[in-house]
Design a protein around this ligand. Structure first.
Ligand SMILES: [Mg+2]
Length: 245
């Protein structure tokens, strides 16, 4: 039987899209809306968010968090604890954590696609590549993607909150490979040296680091450069960055 068409495993955050201020920014936006006049900064909160998310311990599988509601129960407790540590009363901290949860998964608030994401994914898809999202992320990642209008270009969305494995755990990449149908040609593209590049290459998937300076691995400054590295499936109509001369 013929092997499936070539596929790319794409990281999401920092690769195809970004959220302004990330988690601490989302927590401050929630305070701005519901506690106007507060004096808490994103930096105040970020200190308490440096551990405790499932992706901070990628060597540990977390199948117990795949049950409905369990992932957010764990993460809301972490968010509430950050609020409490900067002086919010416990009951209000839990309420604000629930509101921050709703804000974080709203693709219309704070999330933006990088300018090159749609053009490059479209170009590659027209040439036979399939695109799989492989991300350490929330259970509702597919909804964020739909809100951003990227769903029509993706064949599947694989999020660690549903598989129970965080990149660079080998099983995270096994889930991505399964989703792609185990094609002969498979690449991983992402902005994290450890989670995306080292993790993929450890299980034999060639990888490209994007948007991040680092020596010693395959690297692309932007997604347009990814095309020439993985090889255009056809020679017609090369796509170039609008900023190229
Ligand atoms: Mg990333």
């Amino acid at each position: 039987m013929a092997r499936p068409e070539p596929a790319i495993l794409w990281d999401f955050d920092g690769t195809l899209a970004r959220r302004s201020g990330m988690w601490s920014g989302c927590l401050v936006e929630t305070l701005n809306e519901h506690e106007p006049g507060h004096t808490i900064s994103a930096d105040d909160l970020a200190r308490f968010l440096r551990s405790g998310f499932p992706w901070h311990a990628p060597e540990v599988a977390h199948p117990e968090l795949c049950a409905p509601g369990a992932w957010w129960e764990c993460v809301e407790a972490l968010l509430a604890s950050a609020y409490e540590q900067v002086g919010v009363a416990p009951a209000r901290a839990r309420e604000l954590a629930r509101l921050a949860h709703a804000r974080y998964i709203d693709g219309r608030t704070g999330w933006t696609l990088f300018d090159d994401s749609r053009p490059v994914l479209t170009h590659m898809r027209e040439r036979g590549w399939r695109h799989i999202l492989l991300s350490n992320h929330v259970p509702e990642l597919d909804e964020i993607v739909r809100c951003l209008g990227l769903d029509d270009l993706l064949d599947d969305v694989v999020t660690s909150a549903r598989t129970g494995f965080e990149k660079p755990h080998p099983e995270a990449f096994a889930a991505g490979r399964r989703s792609a149908g185990d094609p002969a040609t498979l690449w991983m593209i992402g902005d994290s040296v450890q989670a995306d590049v080292a993790g993929a290459e450890a299980v034999g998937i060639p990888a490209i680091l994007v948007r991040t300076e680092h020596h010693g691995c395959r690297r692309a400054a932007n997604l347009y450069d990814v095309i020439s590295i993985v090889g255009d499936n056809t020679r017609r109509g090369a796509l170039r960055s609008p900023t190229d001369a």
